[in-house]
Design a protein around this ligand. Structure first.
Ligand SMILES: [Zn+2]
Length: 139
C-alpha cells in the first residue's frame, strides 16, 4: 500500500502480511494526534519503507518519553508516522491517513492510552508490535 505526504517530499510504502480487515486501527487521544485525526496501524511482520526527497525540511518531533520520532513534512505538514529504536531494531507505527488505501484498515478502531507504561515497557511493546522500517534519504 503506497502513500506519503501531500507535497510528495516523503513517500511511503507499507507491506502488510494480513488482509486489511484483520487490522485494528488505534486512535491516540493526545492533542497532536487529535488535531490531525491520526489513526495508527502496525504489523510486526510487515515492512514500512520511507523515502525522503529533501531531508532538510522533514521535522522529527519528540513528545513525552522522547523515545520516538514523529515524522512531519515541513513543506506540507503531512504526518507519516513515528519511528523508534526498539530492542528488536528500528520500527515504525504508521499513520494510515497518509496511505492511499488507508481507509481499508479502519474495520476496527480502538482508543489507546499508554501513559502508565514505563519507558522500558514502552520500548518492549513497540519492539513486539511496531513495523520494521527502512528509511531512504535521497537529499
Ligand atoms: Zn510534504
Amino acid at each position: 500500500m503506497i502513500g506519503g505526504c501531500r507535497c510528495g517530499n516523503i513517500s511511503v510504502e507499507l507491506t502488510l502480511t494480513q488482509a486489511p480487515e484483520a487490522y485494528t486501527a488505534r486512535r491516540c487521544l493526545c492533542s497532536f494526534c487529535t488535531e490531525r485525526a491520526v489513526l495508527y496501524v502496525s504489523d510486526p511482520n510487515g515492512l514500512y519503507q520511507i523515502t525522503i526527497a529533501d531531508d532538510a525540511v522533514v521535522e522529527r518531533k519528540r513528545f513525552g518519553t522522547q523515545t520516538a520520532d514523529f515524522m512531519v513534512c515541513g513543506k506540507c505538514d503531512g504526518f507519516i508516522g513515528a519511528v523508534c529504536d526498539t530492542p528488536t531494531g528500528r520500527r515504525a507505527v504508521v499513520n494510515l491517513k497518509c496511505l492511499s488505501e488507508g481507509n481499508t484498515l479502519t474495520t476496527k478502531i480502538q482508543d489507546f492510552d499508554y501513559d502508565a507504561e514505563t519507558v522500558e515497557q514502552r520500548l518492549a511493546r513497540r519492539g513486539r508490535n511496531w513495523t520494521p522500517v527502512a528509511v531512504t534519504i535521497k537529499g
